[in-house]
Design a protein around this ligand. Structure first.
Ligand code: NAI
Length: 246
């Protein structure tokens, strides 16, 4: 129950890695607000799945790449107390295509979806953390920022931005008791990679030290660690969770 009574926001929190993060925090006693863009049914199922856990999960439909969406989510999570303990920026998309063929829309949508929520959610989230001078933020990046993957110039640029953003913000808010870290997952078995060609998946599996894909729950464990007091002297870091690729 290391997160008992804590207010936690997880963006993209009803599916894939975000879903695992929401469940992990609820299992640790947190009051989780999970933001999602589509699929009400998945949101309802997640709320029901949390019923047997010590904490709670409340879902909210909002586009966190906009200021209005982010404010709605952060305000809902902070509730009457007005305080937010933990913010997990997990929402993200891929639009893989080689650069010469990449449409401007593929570039802009990936950059907007993966980077703008960092600005909006951190801006409003930090404001809710300032009163108690306490809080933790974890941004979900990707090893794509380090490894460079063909067809992912847009995605790699967005995840590199997430890591640089993490480092800059950690310097700004560290003196106010707020820690900011990132995780960089490798290939994790979620719907995001469901459309990937099998030979690409197999070649990535081969490049891991552990010889397998990662599971969303394994990323969630790393996120919980970074957000918890067990990581009280860690800030501005990006923890790679990739089974040993990098
Ligand atoms: P996913 O596609 O299963 O889930 C992403 C979630 O984000 C969805 O629920 C979607 O509705 C939500 N979302 C997207 N845009 C949103 C917006 N504007 N507002 C609110 N919600 C929004 O993806 P997955 O695999 O769970 O990925 C989660 C994060 O992990 C992403 O940031 C992704 O880039 C990152 N990641 C995933 C890897 C993988 O192999 N699956 C590897 C490395 C990083």
């Amino acid at each position: 129950m290391e997160c008992a009574e804590q207010t936690v926001v997880v963006t993209g929190g009803t599916r894939g890695i975000g879903r695992a993060i929401s469940l992990r925090f609820a299992a640790a006693g947190a009051r989780v607000t999970a933001a999602y863009l589509a699929n009400e049914q998945a949101a309802e199922e997640l709320e029901a799945a949390a019923a047997s856990l010590p904490g709670t999960i409340t879902t909210i439909k909002a586009d966190v790449s906009t200021g209005a969406g982010a404010i709605a989510v952060i305000d809902a999570a902070a509730g009457p107390s007005g305080h937010l303990d933990v913010l997990i920026n997990n929402a993200g998309i891929i639009r893989d295509v080689y650069l010469p063929m990449m449409a401007e829309e593929d570039w802009e949508t990936v950059l907007r979806t993966n980077v703008s929520p960092l600005f909006h959610c951190c801006k409003w989230g930090v404001r809710k953390m300032l009163a108690k001078r306490r809080g933790a933020i974890v941004n979900v990046a990707s090893i794509s920022a380090y490894a460079g993957t063909p067809g992912q110039t847009n995605y790699a640029a967005s995840k590199g931005a997430a890591i640089s953003f993490t480092k800059a913000l950690s310097r700004e808010v560290g003196p106010m008791g707020i820690r900011v870290n990132a995780v960089a997952p490798g290939l994790i078995e979620t719907e995001m990679i469901a459309g990937m060609k099998q030979e690409i998946v197999q070649s990535i599996v081969k490049s891991t030290a552990l010889g397998r894909l990662g599971q969303a729950a394994e990323v969630a464990e790393a996120v919980l660690f970074l957000a918890s007091d067990r990581a009280s002297y860690i800030s501005g870091q990006c923890l790679i969770v990739d089974g040993g690729i990098i």
